[in-house]
Ligand binder design. Structure first.
Ligand SMILES: *Cc1c(COP(=O)(O)O)cnc(C)c1O
Length: 504
């Protein structure tokens, strides 16, 4: 199996060494002569049809195993996976919500999943993939309705990709208007992808300091000027706080024709409550994999559709889905001001499909309940935990909140990382740690809307246990995790030098 080699080991946890309980690879289990399947001998040997020079010379090198060996190997591996389907996953900023299984069933329908992306247009108009085009068209309309934007592209494959798409459209808009705009402003609470996307799109990034956890209009007024192309913000922000000065921020942007960008990663908190287009945003990305189903983690799959206000429509990427008067759907490419292609074909269509199914099934009332329940769950968790751990901005939060282990770190040398590792031993996924950067020893909790009060109570009890142990036996907390296949890894080394080894 994939094994991230732990080196150098800083803490040697008690219990088995990293790797001792790891499984060996399916290759190392091979027993010469053991067989799994007896395929029927083909009547004509397919090898006869393959040109000689393309044939392999040696053995395929596949392991010799029985079917049961293989099934057990992969079943055991799958059990080492952790997901929302296993237990509570309070990873802040990521909205690791439970995703109803019916969305998977819809995405797996053969009419969708087996369609080739190059399915042709019909002569005389219409398209053989009209059903998919209709799904895309209708999903765009749903997203317009939910956000108050004028149009959407579904192509970007993740939130960060949506940000880049948005920043490129902002650049195209200003270039078209003959503006000389060189910078984009981000608050210090921004997700790292915001300044990164702005920089990749060619802008200079100016960071402003937050005040009491939110954007300070005075700090913005001090730096915004005629060279400002846009301001990127997240609402609620990464501290789980609503940006109360939105109207002043919009006014400041309008004065210098700077575009206001909405990072929609936290949309789960305001679904059905605030339409960001109505509030004055010009560009919006939505992480479909956070707010509208699709289990994610480990880097994908995702989709980061981008919505724009009326004045940015000409710059949307191609292709665009359109519907003619006869109700036929097709793709259009003739948009001379478009920023062009941002993704092959039409983005991650399966993710779009799941989002569409999710939106239709929940409907307006269901989506409103999502945000209300998510906010309620976060506030419940915050109120219960605030008695045991510092919560720097301890006021009504939105869908997530940030605690700080700074005091424990100073007094007991138990850091946010140690608490996160101890939670693994209790059977949870860790919360987000050390983000946002403006809170020291940050632990960011996001329960989402689907957890029961029982689950939240159990989580609080387990976390209080860890915090109590940090006071009496800090060494034990620093030694966690002790129940997992691997202990503490040097993550930088592991990411740079991943090793696949049989030698476990
Ligand atoms: C997750 C996230 C992003 C990036 O989205 P990806 O889909 O992971 O690329 C951007 N901003 C915030 C606030 C996020 O939480």
């Amino acid at each position: 199996m994939l094994h991230r080699k732990a080196r150098p080991r800083r803490h040697r946890p008690p219990g088995p060494a990293a790797g001792e309980r790891l499984m060996s690879t399916v290759f190392s289990k091979s027993v010469p002569g053991r067989e799994g399947v007896w395929p029927e001998a083909p009547k004509t040997d397919p090898v006869d049809f393959i040109p000689q020079h393309l044939l392999r010379e040696g053995d395929a090198g596949l392991p010799s195993l029985s079917e049961l060996d293989v099934v057990r190997h992969f079943t055991a591996l799958s059990r080492k996976n952790y997901g929302v389907d296993s237990n509570f996953y309070p990873l802040g900023s990521c909205t690791m919500k439970y995703n109803p299984k019916f969305t998977e069933e819809v995405a797996a329908l053969p009419g969708f999943s087996r369609l080739h992306p190059l399915t042709p247009q019909l002569p005389g108009g219409g398209d053989m993939s009209a059903g998919c085009l209709e799904v895309m068209y209708e999903t765009e309309r749903c997203l317009c309705e939910i956000t108050g934007m004028a149009a959407f592209t579904l192509h970007p494959m993740a939130g960060a990709h949506g940000e880049l798409t948005g920043a490129l459209m902002m650049a195209a808009y200003h270039a078209d208007k003959g503006h000389k705009k060189t910078k984009i402003i981000c608050p210090d609470s921004a997700h790292g992808t915001n300044p990164a996307s702005a920089a990749i799109a060619g802008f200079e990034v100016v960071t402003i300091e937050s005040k009491d956890g939110i954007i300070d209009p005075a700090a913005l007024a001090a730096v915004i000027d005629d060279e400002t192309a846009g301001v990127m913000m997240t609402v609620p922000n990464t501290l789980g706080l609503f940006e109360r000065h939105l109207p002043e921020i919009v006014a400041l942007c309008r004065k210098v024709d700077a575009l206001l960008y909405y990072d929609g990663a936290n949309l789960n908190a305001i679904l059905g409550k605030l339409r960001v287009g109505d509030a004055g945003f010009d560009v919006v990305h939505i992480n479909l994999h956070k707010t509208f189903a699709t289990p994610h983690g480990g880097g994908g799959p995702g989709a980061g559709p981008v919505g724009v206000s009326e004045r940015l429509i000409p710059y949307l990427p191609v292709s665009r889905v359109q519907k003619d008067e006869a109700g036929r759907f097709s793709l259009s490419y003739d948009h001379p001001k478009s920023i062009g292609y941002v993704a092959p074909f039409y983005g991650n269509f399966g993710v779009v499909l799941k989002a569409y199914a999710y939106i239709l099934r929940l409907g307006r009332e269901g989506l409103i309940r999502v945000s209300e329940s998510a906010v309620l769950a976060a506030n419940y968790l915050r109120a219960r935990l605030a008695e045991a751990i510092e919560v720097p901005y301890n006021r009504i939060c939105m869908h997530e909140f940030v605690a700080s282990a700074a005091k424990l770190a100073a007094e007991k040398n138990v850091r946010a990382l140690d608490i996160a590792k101890a939670l693994l031993d209790k059977g949870y996924h860790a919360p987000t740690i050390y983000f946002p950067l403006i809170v020291k020893e940050a632990l960011m909790f996001e329960p989402t809307e689907t957890e029961s009060k029982d689950t939240l109570d159990q989580f609080v009890a387990d976390l209080l246990d860890i915090l109590a142990q940090a006071e009496t036996d800090p060494e034990a907390v620093r030694a966690c995790p002790t129940t997992l296949p691997v202990g503490r890894l040097d993550e930088t080394y592991a990411a740079r030098a991943m090793e696949i080894t049989d030698d476990l």
